[in-house]
Design a protein around this ligand. Structure first.
Ligand code: GDP
Ligand code: GDP
Length: 434
């Protein structure tokens, strides 16, 4: 679930290196499955069975030439507002700088857990030097080397120890739908319209995390949870980083959902920020569809919707097997389609296939168009099984799994999509040794 760990610290103390190391633990396991490049600034990790998102707040803050100080202050403010655990990264090779002391002052006043991590402690001598940092006065002070990984286990043990207690996970059978998108696209209006349809059916179940509410919805046999993080917007004292907040909230909502409705403003079209959210949902293997809202404001001719959809899908490629809806939250146009689509995508995502069924359909296709030979050797795919994951993932067992390249992987993904219905669902194709 979405527990958030924020890393703060001066430039060059090693934030990105630490970040990559922590994400790297997981990357090794899932990257051959996902094949999607990870966003540098956010990542997910699991340690001792606890899942958390980690954010390099430094990556968000605009680099103004004048002052590091302003930069680092906003990093720290963001971390204080949003994170469950804060890692304050410092550098043994520079010792305690004035800026470190300032940050320590800010963090000392906070009632969230702070871990001081003294980085670049690559050897024994540096361990002795690192003792200096105890004087910052944080009970939780750890030494590590992001470069070698020494000490990272202790840091991660402490991090997961400090995460809020595991939340009640809503029933697995009932889809969790998140409506995400940029500010002002109409997310709250859509939620209100959907819930307003019949007020009796709404029950707020106790927030499953501090920052989000899953609203249970049951009507016309449609049953799901609405993941709402934006709706309970805290009145933020920090205004400089609004975009940051909306992105971060969206990520939390995505993390907690099974299916994301990415809402865009019809009068704006699909923007870079929208694509960012799309790729995040895709990388996290969530069901996805696009809701083009404020459609009432668009002057329409015969093919307006069709052309609009085409333009959007071009941006989404290669993953463009995604439903696109045109709605008006305020005029109540096609709002029920949002629910229908969410449920369909969820159904597509939950499909399970027997090995015999996969073999029967796919082996003949593979026979007709086998993978390119490798050093004169034929690559023989023997059978296909679905992996027991929360999204459709298929393992193709063969003799030289590492010699099958991306184009053939995409070919198989397309064939899977042509054969079955995976609309709105990221799927994975992996090759395994037989
Ligand atoms: P950021 O600006 O805080 O993100 O810092 P970077 O991760 O970019 O690291 C700054 C420099 O410190 C790079 O040259 C890293 O290779 C180096 N560095 C990071 N961690 C360590 C470490 O544990 N030991 C040593 N010796 N160098 C490190
Ligand atoms: P949010 O920030 O994404 O939650 O967006 P809001 O739901 O607060 O909507 C922002 C503004 O857009 C409000 O003034 C809404 O009344 C308006 N709005 C939302 N949906 C529609 C729509 O479908 N059509 C039109 N014309 N206006 C809309």
């Amino acid at each position: 679930m979405s527990n958030l760990v924020a890393v703060v610290g001066r430039p060059n103390v090693g934030k990105s290196t630490l970040f990559n190391r922590i994400i790297g633990e997981k990357k090794a396991i899932i990257d051959d499955i996902s094949g999607v490049t990870r966003d540098r600034i956010y990542g997910q990790s699991t340690w001792n069975g606890r899942e958390f998102s980690i954010v390099d707040t430094g990556g968000f803050v605009r680099h103004s030439d004048d002052v590091f100080e302003t930069e680092i202050r906003s990093q720290v403010k963001i971390a204080i507002e949003e994170a469950d655990v804060i890692i304050f990264l410092v550098d043994v090779t520079t010792g305690i700088t004035d800026l470190d002391s300032d940050v320590a002052d800010m963090l000392r006043a906070v009632d969230k857990p702070v871990i001081v991590v003294v980085n670049k402690v690559d050897n024994y001598n540096r361990q002795l030097e690192a003792n200096e940092f105890w004087s910052l006065g944080f009970e939780r002070t750890f030494f590590m080397s992001s470069l070698t990984g020494a000490g990272s286990g202790e840091v991660l043990d402490e991090v997961v120890e400090l995460l809020p207690e595991g939340e009640v996970k809503p029933d697995k059978e009932i889809p969790r739908l998140a409506i995400v998108g940029q500010p002002n696209v109409g997310k709250s209006s859509m939620v209100n319209t959907l819930l307003g349809v019949d007020r009796n059916i709404v029950t707020d179940i106790a927030g499953t995390t501090r920052d989000s509410i899953h609203t249970y919805y049951n009507k016309f046999d449609k049953e799901f949870y609405l993941v709402d993080t934006a709706g309970i917007r805290k009145k933020s004292k920090v205004h400089e980083d609004l975009e940051f907040y909306s992105v971060l909230r969206a990520i939390r909502a995505i993390d907690e959902s099974d299916v994301c409705a990415l809402m865009i403003d019809a009068t704006m079209g699909i923007e870079a920020q929208d694509m960012k959210l799309f790729r995040i949902a895709q990388a996290r293997k969530k069901g996805i569809f696009i809701v083009v809202n404020k459609w009432d404001l668009v002057e329409k001719e015969t093919n307006t919707a069709r052309d609009f959809e085409k333009t959007i899908k071009e941006r989404l490629r290669p993953f463009d097997d995604v439903p696109v809806l045109f709605t008006s939250a305020t005029e109540k146009i096609r709002v029920m389609r949002v629910l229908d689509t969410a449920l369909n995508v969820f159904k597509n995502k939950a499909q399970k296939f027997k090995t015999s069924e996969l073999n029967k359909v796919l082996l003949p296709i593979i026979e007709r168009t086998p993978p390119p030979t490798y050093r004169g050797n034929f690559i023989k795919i023997k059978y296909i099984t679905q992996l027991p994951l929360s999204y459709p993932a298929f393992a193709f067992f063969c003799n030289h799994p590492r010699e099958i390249k991306q184009p053939y992987r995409l070919f198989l993904e397309n064939k899977l999509r042509e054969t079955f219905n995976f609309t709105g669902v990221p799927i994975a194709v992996v090759f395994k040794q037989k």
